[in-house]
Design a protein around this ligand. Sequence first.
Ligand code: ADP
Ligand code: ZN
Length: 548
Amino acid sequence: QTATPYYREIISVLASTFRLQSFRANQLEAINATMSGKDVFVLMPTGGGKSLCYQLPAVCKSGSTQGVTVVISPLISLMNDQVTSLRNKNVEVELWNSENSSDDVYAINRRLNERQDLPSMLYLTPEKLRESTALKSTLNGLSEAGLLSRFVIDEAHCISTWGRDFRDAYAKLDWLRATYPDVPIMALTATANESVINDIIQRLNIPDCIFLKQSFNRPSLHYEVREKKKKLILIKEIAEFIGTRHANETGIVYCFSRKECEEVAQALRDRHGLKAQHYHAKMTSAQKKLVQEQWQSGGAHVIVCTIAFAMGIDNADVRFVVHYTMPKSMDAYYQETGRAGRDGRPADCVLFYHFSDAMRLMNQIKHDRKLDMPLLEEDEKRLMDNVRQVMDYCMNISQCRRIQILRHFDEVFDQKDCSKRCDVCKNDAQVTTQDITSEAIDVVHLVRLMLGKATTHHCKAVFLGSKKHRVKEKGHDELPGHGKGRGMGQVVVDQLFGKLVVMEVLHEKEILNGTGFFNYYLQVTRHSVESIEFTDNYCLSFPARTPS
Ligand code: ADP
Ligand code: ZN
């Protein structure tokens, strides 16, 4: 890698422009490959240093093509950050997205067409690339003059309909290769399993790309899942966790909704004296900027946010990530926890899990499908599967967290390399596994008897043998399944129901009630009624101390 004709310039630009001493894994390989005109696929975890792979060659003059590196990126906040940081390094960059005025666009176009003083880089949203004919003819001009260095597709997983945030405008990127067959393409992502990768390569038509992949293991992170308690107890637990393990250090708390962000941030401030601020999409850009500044200057230690936030922010010294609500997918979990420990020093990731949050996520998906955001059936299935995978992860305390997380990226991990930096490895030997086949059958019979007219909460209460009024008034204390789960206790029953949802035996169905609101009733899924197979898959693992 050091013998290429570009090496000398690469090293010099690394030090002069980027003020870095050495490369991280695969960076030099990616840079060399793209500079010699090859297509490159870079699969690197969040924080691994993807941007340098295309920013550095963009500044170099010795590559096989010289001119403008066009970066297609889906997130305006991410682009803004990168552009600001590049301009601080005196790199000439233009940015073209929906925030531009027509004057800006005119100026950018003129600069690109005059070719006197070309920028090294042009950042675009995929939508602009698709919509703007002026942009297309400018690119054609550059290409004919041999001044298109390469196309960079950042967050390339958005191309794939299998990926977690598919973008329509990304799907059309196949025309890049068709229109500019000689312009090399570099695709980068942190999020890809095998089917996503193959999909990206096929859609971009880069079958012969140099493929660079490294381990997704994040040795600095400690993973832990905890049972999610009621709101005030939970917030107290989080405050204690921060106070004892991370006093005066920075961290992120992820919440489900904007309202929840505001509530949690306020409680952490008012009740527990923490320097916490909320951050979410509905704030004005001035408000966001203020919080970002506080966060970077140490005026705010804890940022309580929805997922949108962290995309634009890159503090290397985040020491903890708390999931107040479970993430929507394992990909999302990896990315969200990946915000911590970027400096390589230890950081904690604590996920608070409760069955009802999983149901809330799933119900939201179904709800979205009906209302504002029409989803295809297959998309809905995929989003639901994503939630089920996270549920499974949360409930699986018999396998090292790293094995579980990395398996999602098709990576085989050796447990001893975890070095007890996860809750499962720490507790090992204390786990017992119980076959729950007969209990599962009991639950299914019970739920069927409810005829789809009882909530999960109610079904659990009946299963546990509750004698409460709302059980008795319906005569449910007389049902054959009443009390069958009495010996199991609430926590194990939650797990049992959760497991049956993961296995797609049970689901909640949304029913519009008389007052215009939705009720969610537990049902046995259609496919499982015919084909339930009670095999040894129906095992639950739980700490040995839990009564069974
Ligand atoms: P990604 O896009 O893969 O999430 P970034 O490109 O944003 O990651 O890089 C993450 C952080 O790592 C940035 O702060 C960046 O400056 C730093 N970084 C990247 N490459 C190197 C390197 N070779 N040496 C030191 N720091 C680096
Ligand atoms: Zn482990």
